[in-house]
Design a protein. Structure first.
Length: 303
């Protein structure tokens, strides 16, 4: 990716605040008026200009479901479908974080959707609680015995041993300010925030340079595109220290399908050809080089 150094009015790095950056991509999926920039000071990839609060609220309430459907990211028609179809994802997440769980713990997930993940870990802890702005998902989770509220403001003075954020931080306009706020809901310095985000250095972007994927991956819903390096810088600014774990969610079939067919939907497409052992080796090699598609961070407060 070649960056053209520039300075645009009303655009600043949303990690460090610098106005020294280069343009990486003109126009993004869903909005030709927004671009992707790389900060010359901290190396962070970010969307600009960002939507103001009213525009952002309108986008997520009115436009976001249709936006996901168009991309093919969202095919479920009901919260129950979402809960059932994400059982495999719940198992994947649980396998990576189960060592953190213990009886007596109080756990929060921000962006808990239908409650599929909290339902999975509920037997291992004392209490689970979710935050989910989508009314239908929230009501479904409540009916499933997962207490869920629509906004972080409703937590009051509650404290938690672990706070989970899966694919939330990349949507936040001010990730530093947001993490500092989230820290207030931790019980102690031994409590943890667990965050999973897409990796900007994933193979389809930085290794294969897929033109079709390049038009797909940069999108108006994501304010930030993190690498392990910029995540570490963000956490330091936010008063957190973290262990970073590389994770590969998509298989070799997905990558081949993108390169051959130039569209999403290829996960498992060639499972009749490629063995599970090959997929695991492929994932391990990508993770070893940090060309994987996902970053998992387990963070604790330093102050």
């Amino acid at each position: 990716m070649v960056a053209k150094i520039m300075n645009v009015c009303n655009v600043v790095c949303n990690l460090c605040g610098s106005r020294n950056y280069g343009e990486i991509k003109k126009g993004v999926y869903g909005n030709a008026a927004q671009n992707i920039y790389k900060c010359g000071a901290c190396g962070h990839f970010f969307l600009g200009p960002l939507l103001d609060d009213a525009e952002e609220e309108r986008f997520y309430i009115e436009d976001y479901p249709a936006f996901l459907l168009k991309r093919g990211d969202f095919k479920n028609t009901t919260p129950e479908d979402h809960f059932i179809k994400n059982e495999k994802e719940a198992r994947r997440r649980f396998g990576l974080i189960k060592y953190l769980l213990a009886k007596g713990q109080s756990v929060l997930e921000i962006g808990s959707a239908s409650g599929f993940f909290l339902s999975k870990i509920k037997p291992r802890v004392e209490e689970v609680f979710g935050i989910e702005p989508n009314t239908a998902y929230r009501e479904y989770a409540n009916k499933k015995g997962i207490p869920t509220c629509p906004d972080i403001k409703e937590l009051g003075h509650r404290k938690f041993d672990i706070i989970f954020l899966y694919y939330v931080l990349e949507h936040i306009k001010d990730p530093n300010g947001f993490l500092k706020h989230v820290k207030h809901f931790l019980k102690s310095s031994k409590s943890r925030i667990v965050i999973e985000v897409p990796n900007v250095d994933e193979a389809l972007v930085s290794l294969y340079h897929s033109p079709a994927y390049n038009e797909f991956v940069w999108q108006r819903a994501h304010c930030s595109y993190f690498s392990a390096l910029t995540m570490e810088k963000l956490f330091k600014r936010s008063g957190l220290k973290a262990k970073f774990i590389p994770e590969q969610r998509y298989d070799i079939s997905n990558h081949i399908y993108w390169l051959a067919e130039c569209k999403p939907g290829g996960a498992g497409k060639y499972a009749h050809i490629f063995s599970g052992a090959l997929n695991r080796k492929y994932a391990d090699d990508l993770k070893d080089k940090w060309l994987c598609d996902t970053i998992l961070a387990v963070a604790q407060p330093t102050r």
